[in-house]
Design a protein around this ligand. Structure first.
Ligand code: ITT
Ligand code: NA
Length: 180
C-alpha cells in the first residue's frame, strides 16, 4: 500500500520509511496545528485536514510529537517545535542541567485518515536529558538519552526499535495488517 506522510519534517519520513512495509511519500505541507495540550487531538484534526489538502484520494498520516521534561512540568511538550526553533536544543539542555531529576519522555501520536476513518496511534519512550552527544537523527535527539545512548548516537533502526515514533508506527502497522 502507499501512504502520504504529511509533514515538513524529513526526519519523521525517514523513520517511517525504514519501519513500515509500505510505500511512504512525503507531502510537505504545514497543516494547521490547533492550540491544544492534547497531541492526539492536534494529530487527528491535522490528518483530517491534510487528507483533503492532499487531494482526497490517498490515505495520509501525520505525526504530532513532543519532548516532555518532568522537572520542567512537561515543558516543552506540545510546544516542542516552537521551542526548538526559538530557544534551540542547547538552551533546553541548559534549562534542564541544574534539575535534580532530568527524567523526560518523548511522546508521539500518529494519525491516519483515508476519508472514511480517522485513527490515532500513540507511542512513548522514557529517557533523560543530557548534554548534547551524537550526530544522527533530528530535533532533540542529541540531548535525549535512552539506555545509555542518545537518540543521535543510534542509527534509524535502533532508534525505531525503542522510540515513541517506532511504537506508534508499530500500532499503525498492526492495525493496517488486520484491516487487509
Ligand atoms: P510537522 O509538524 O510538519 O510534522 P514538526 O517538526 O514541526 O513537523 P511537531 O509539530 O510534531 O513536528 O513538533 C515536534 C517537535 O519535537 C519538533 O521540534 C521535533 O524536532 C521534535 N521531535 C519530534 N520527534 C522527535 C524525535 O524523534 N527526535 C527528536 N526530536 C523530535
Ligand atoms: Na509542526
Amino acid at each position: 500500500m502507499s501512504l502520504l506522510f504529511v509533514t515538513t519534517n524529513a526526519g519523521k519520513v525517514r523513520e517511517a520509511r525504514d519501519y513500515l512495509d509500505a510505500d511512504v511519500e512525503q507531502f510537505d505541507y504545514d497543516y494547521a496545528e490547533i492550540q491544544s495540550d492534547e497531541l492526539a487531538e492536534i494529530a487527528a484534526r491535522g490528518a483530517r485536514e491534510s487528507f483533503e489538502a492532499a487531494g482526497g484520494d490517498e490515505p495520509v498520516i501525520v505525526d504530532d510529537s513532543g519532548l516532555f521534561v518532568g522537572g520542567l512540568e512537561g515543558f516543552p511538550g506540545p510546544y516542542s517545535s516552537y521551542v526548538e526553533d526559538t530557544l534551540g536544543i542547547e538552551r533546553v539542555w541548559k534549562l534542564a542541567e541544574d534539575l535534580d531529576d532530568r527524567a523526560a519522555a518523548f511522546r508521539s501520536v500518529v494519525a491516519y485518515a483515508d476519508g472514511e476513518t480517522v485513527e490515532t496511534f500513540t507511542g512513548e519512550v522514557p529517557g533523560r536529558i543530557v548534554a548534547p552527544r551524537g550526530t544522527g537523527g533530528f530535533g532533540f535527539d542529541p540531548i535525549f538519552e535512552h539506555d545509555g545512548e542518545t537518540f543521535a548516537e543510534m542509527d534509524t533502526a535502533a532508534k525505531n526499535a525503542v522510540s515513541h515514533r517506532g511504537r506508534a508506527l508499530a500500532s499503525l502497522a498492526d492495525w493496517l495488517a488486520e484491516r487487509e
